[in-house]
Design a protein around this ligand. Structure first.
Ligand code: NAP
Length: 253
């Protein structure tokens, strides 16, 4: 399918590895001029060369990091919001500082970028904003209170805005990853394995086996979904949270 994206400009945040990288690569394959961000310059530069993107180093959860990205791509047609996920743990152990960090990274920072880009998107009559959140928005993970809270907050915070800008062909949607085989997944599995005394490999295999699909998702599958949400054809998909979890969340709606 021709997605009608050639020549569009995109900022894909936190995209030197994993799901962000896959989104950036999928957009670049569609002829989008992509700018990726990340903190580790060596990895970022290598990824940018691999997928044919420009790069901006910086922490996207800081005002400076966001300003750097916007300086290189001031008027993106596409914004993919992403950042590292908060650490797992017990709710009782998360203090105010932990909550402030999580809320800043996974709720306030994407909102700040949305504020910066949405006006020009409305004026141009085209905009696609995709927030990478988590399956935890639909089905809260037991050890992921920080993630559950921040990402659900983001989803709710922009819900009315999504309806407000839809008439201008600007959409805001969310992609909710279940288990995808990335570095983040390995670190979450490692934390769980430490608790239960199994190996990380055994924990990863258990997670794959318990999924209805019998496996974890691939980053490429995630990137393809992102590219479609950004496509010209997706202008009527508004304010949705698309769960990509192999059917793990057992529900009809
Ligand atoms: P990942 O493999 O760990 O990759 C994270 C990427 O984000 C890296 O490129 C990293 O590069 C960059 N990054 C992290 N923090 C950043 C920051 N503050 N500023 C700029 N770049 C930053 O993670 P992933 O699996 O792709 O996950 C992406 C998001 O989806 C995360 O929020 C994660 O919690 C969520 N998620 C993932 C899964 C899964 O199964 N993979 C499931 C549910 C939710 P640098 O470290 O160099 O900055």
């Amino acid at each position: 399918m021709e997605l009608g994206l050639a020549g569009k400009r995109a900022i894909v945040c936190a995209a030197s590895r994993g799901l962000g990288k896959a989104c950036a690569a999928a957009l670049a394959r569609e002829g989008v001029e992509v700018v990726i961000t990340g903190r580790d310059v060596t990895v970022l530069e290598a990824t940018a060369a691999e997928i044919g993107a420009r790069w901006v180093a910086g922490d996207i959860t800081t005002a400076e990091g966001r300003a750097a990205a916007l300086a290189v791509c001031p008027a993106p047609d596409i914004l993919v919001n992403n950042a590292g996920g908060p650490p797992p743990g017990d709710f009782r152990d998360f203090d105010d500082a932990a909550w402030e960090t999580a809320l800043n990274a996974n709720m306030l920072s994407p909102m700040s970028l949305i504020r910066a880009v949405i006006g020009p998107m409305v004026a141009r009559g085209f905009g696609r904003i995709v927030n990478i959140t988590s399956a935890s928005v639909r089905s809260p993970g037991p050890a992921l209170a920080l993630s559950n809270g921040a990402r659900t907050g983001l989803t709710a915070a922009v819900a009315a805005l999504a309806r407000d800008v839809a008439k201008h062909n600007v959409t805001i949607n969310h992609l909710l990853p279940g288990p995808f085989m990335t570095d983040r997944q390995v670190s979450l599995a490692a934390a769980a394995a430490k608790k239960t005394g199994v190996t990380v490999e055994a924990e990863l295999a258990r997670r794959a086996a318990e999924n209805p699909a019998g496996r974890m998702g691939t980053a490429d599958e995630f990137g393809a979904a992102c590219a479609f949400l950004c496509s010209a054809q997706a202008g009527f998909i508004v304010g949705q949270s698309l769960l990509l979890d192999g059917g793990a969340f057992n529900t009809v709606f």
